[in-house]
Design a protein around this ligand. Structure first.
Ligand SMILES: NC(=O)c1ccc[n+]([C@@H]2O[C@H](COP(=O)([O-])OP(=O)(O)OC[C@H]3O[C@@H](n4cnc5c(N)ncnc54)[C@H](O)[C@@H]3O)[C@@H](O)[C@H]2O)c1
Length: 366
């Protein structure tokens, strides 16, 4: 199958994980890496033996079919619109945009141009999560009742070298970590109908404890502890907590409840992790993870799936419709908190097809 040319824009912290994993997907042809900061692009190009380029060169390269946008959240839509205007499909890191309105603008631009948009997370395509999806689809849980989703940590300023964007508009625990949890829940339960929530910002400043900027302070512009409830179209009601303020806890990342069983889902920040199922009257038992991509960091599998989808003229899984729905849901927590009302979600989405439909000899290939 003819490879799909990829131009990478954004050569910061996460780009290494992509460049490493992309080497494992034959369909992807890295045409070059670029960044506003040319030194960052040069460093990644040297480290991964890929061509260094510039943003304008990648946008003008006829062999680049998809722009992979690994910039900070505030730049996702700006770079995405530029890619679409240049006739390229656009795939970005999460979130799709820093608010629903700009995400919608990107989705409309893609539709008008007849081009695709896609977005991380793609961890829901990992073997642990696809196994959980298989269990849900088997009907083993009975009627969908609800669940919990919990991300609670002290904050990324303890490890990220430039953590400012996590506390800027477009950051915060919901827009940063919410995409993993809510996308995974939508993959299991389908679209969300309504959101209720509360949010707090306890500290106006945070002190960086990572190197090289240890001791510098960052001003906080977004809530850092958000708790709420999702009401899904299938009737399930799920409690969600996303926080950069909690020292530690003992909740599992995602639990899913049905009338006949309870499913423990792996951490959606990772592709791998154990799946455990309790059937009514019994105990929790490990459920064999029997789907591929369960043994490593496959960040970029959503991009590879989009590349195969382009060649095979089928929908891709980590698609704009899904990312826009998730963005609307995430924003709704804050709107619910501000207004003291539940918020109706205007978008809906079909659950992405199970990854098994695109496997050839156990690997993504169609
Ligand atoms: N760091 C992680 O572990 C991690 C994990 C998963 C997802 N992400 C997501 O990946 C994205 C990038 O995160 P990061 O940690 O790599 O950030 P980073 O700050 O380390 O790197 C971002 C890079 O983008 C460049 N950039 C910013 N605006 C640009 C623009 N308009 N045009 C071109 N380049 C531009 C910056 O110069 C920088 O090199 C974010 O959306 C983040 O949520 C990060």
């Amino acid at each position: 199958m003819e490879k799909v040319g990829i131009g990478i824009i954004g050569c910061g912290n996460i780009s290494g994980a992509y460049l490493k994993a992309m080497a494992g997907f034959d369909i992807l042809d890295i045409r070059g890496v670029a960044d506003l900061n040319q030194a960052a692009a040069e460093a990644k190009a040297a480290e991964f033996s890929v061509p260094v380029s510039t943003i304008d060169t990648l946008m003008a390269d006829p062999k680049v079919e998809i722009i992979l946008n690994l910039t900070i959240p505030r730049a996702h839509v700006e770079v995405g619109l530029k890619a679409l205007a240049a006739g390229k499909h656009a795939y970005s890191e999460k979130p799709l945009g820093i608010n629903f309105a700009e995400g919608k603008k990107l989705a409309e631009a893609a539709e008008n141009a007849g081009l695709r948009i896609g977005a991380a997370p793609d961890t829901f395509l990992g073997g642990g999560h696809q196994t959980a999806r298989k269990v849900v689809d088997s009907g083993a849980l009975g009627l969908a009742v609800g669940g919990t989703a919990s991300f609670m940590r002290p904050g990324h300023e303890s490890w990220h070298p430039n953590p400012d964007f996590y506390y800027d508009i477009g950051g915060g625990p919901m827009l940063d970590m919410g995409p993993y949890y809510i996308t995974d829940l939508v993959n299991l339960f389908g679209p969300v109908r309504k959101v209720a929530g509360f949010a707090t910002m306890l500290r106006k400043e945070r002190t960086i404890t990572s190197e090289p900027r240890r001791g510098e302070t960052i001003s906080v512009k977004v809530p850092t502890h958000i708790a709420g409830v999702l009401s899904f179209e299938n009737g399930a009601v799920v409690q969600v907590t996303m926080s950069f303020d909690v020292a530690g806890h003992k909740h599992l990342p995602i639990e899913v409840y049905g009338t006949e069983g309870t499913l423990l889902v792996p951490d959606p920040n990772f592709f791998k992790g154990p799946v455990s199922l309790l059937k009514k009257g019994g105990d929790f038992e490990d459920y064999p993870v029997d789907q591929p991509y369960a043994d490593g960091n496959y960040r970029s599998i959503g991009l590879a799936d989009m590349a195969y989808a382009i060649r095979n003229n089928r929908p891709h899984r980590a698609n704009g419709e899904l990312a826009l729905h998730v963005l609307e849901v995430m924003e709704a927590f804050e709107r619910a908190a501000e207004t003291g009302r539940t918020v109706e979600i205007s978008t809906s989405v079909r659950r992405p097809a199970p990854l098994s439909e695109s496997l050839v000899n156990g690997v993504l290939g169609k």
